[in-house]
Write a protein that binds this ligand. Structure first.
Ligand SMILES: [Ca+2]
Length: 310
């Protein structure tokens, strides 16, 4: 996914967004959009941008990663996500369409990808892949098919305990928050979904609380058992359009639950950066929470993209 994101970021000119529903307009940092009716907003927009044609004359399915890990038993508000798309190597502009298929019982957020596409352009969209309760571990198939070509991406379904978490014991663990804004897609579980990117804000990649100018706001992650921890990395909203020094969290406490009691293990004050690492003396904790005390900017919501615990 990062690979595709980097490739797309290199072609920033002439980016257009094809709106499939009225909910797909670029989301402001302060929630003001109506709630999407049925689909998460991250699944409704298709982006079209210049790509690199190989001149084959065909439509080529593309994906942002060569495999997708879909953990079992996670909050349905935070399904596995992958960028999918099509590259037009055609000589003329036209409608490009691909079918999206996933092996049952997994389900995908769309069955089809389609857009008007000039020659040499690529379209991309987020695909959400849900793992229903009771799904057996194993590898399932996700296929993008055009009339001439098919791309298969293996989907590896596994329990959270077996994820390659890079030492981040918060990854995909249960998250609870003091509140959740409901005008777009800001689920608390998104702070432990492994996606640190602020891009696509309001599309399910970060948490926005519901109480403007009212603090504290809290978000807590259960660690799946007692773990020795000594570091928390917090990623707050930070993009060119929504920089952390205006939209990010400014002041917070990091707390660890030790023997049933919350202890403050680190404090951050006056932050203006998108990422802050807090190191502290090791404690054995079964949960970590961030107590947000103030944010930068006029709206004063708490906006957290990811919390990693080591
Ligand atoms: Ca995230």
């Amino acid at each position: 996914m990062r690979h595709l994101t980097a490739a797309l970021a290199a072609t920033t000119a002439l980016v257009t967004t094809v709106l499939l529903t009225t909910a797909a307009t670029p989301a402001p940092p302060s929630p003001s959009l109506p709630a999407p009716a049925s689909e998460p907003p991250s699944s409704v927009s298709v982006k079209v941008r210049p790509g690199t044609s190989k001149g084959s004359g065909a439509l080529t399915p593309i994906a942002g990663a060569d495999r997708l890990v879909a953990p079992l038993g996670v909050d349905p508000a935070c399904p596995a996500r992958i960028d999918i798309g099509l590259r037009s190597d055609a000589k003329k502009a036209g409608y490009a369409t691909a079918a999206v298929e996933v092996d049952p019982p997994l389900t995908a957020s769309r069955a089809m990808l389609t857009s008007y596409l000039p020659p040499g352009y690529e379209l991309s969209a987020k695909l959400l892949v849900a793992v229903p309760p009771g799904t057996a571990e194993g590898t399932y198939g996700l296929r993008l098919r055009t009339s001439a070509r098919s791309l298969e991406v293996p989907v590896e379904v596994m329990p959270v305990d077996r994820l390659d978490n890079g030492g981040n014991v918060a990854l995909r663990r249960p998250v609870t928050a003091s509140s959740q804004h409901t005008n777009a897609n800001y689920p608390p579980c998104s702070v432990a979904d492994g996606d640190r990117s602020s891009n696509g804000w309001a599309g399910g990649n970060g948490w926005n609380d519901a109480t403007a100018r009212s603090f504290p706001d809290t978000v807590a992650i259960a660690l799946g058992g007692a773990r020795q921890i000594s570091r928390v990395d917090l990623y707050t909203l930070d993009t060119e359009r929504y920089p952390a020094y205006r939209y990010g969290v400014r002041d917070w406490d990091v707390q660890a639950q030790v023997g049933g009691q919350w202890q403050t293990v680190a404090q951050v004050r006056g932050n203006t950066a998108g990422t802050v690492r807090s190191d502290f003396a090791p404690v054995t904790a079964d949960a970590v929470r961030v107590v947000a005390l103030a944010s930068n900017g006029a709206n004063d919501y708490t906006r957290i993209i990811e919390v990693e615990v080591r």
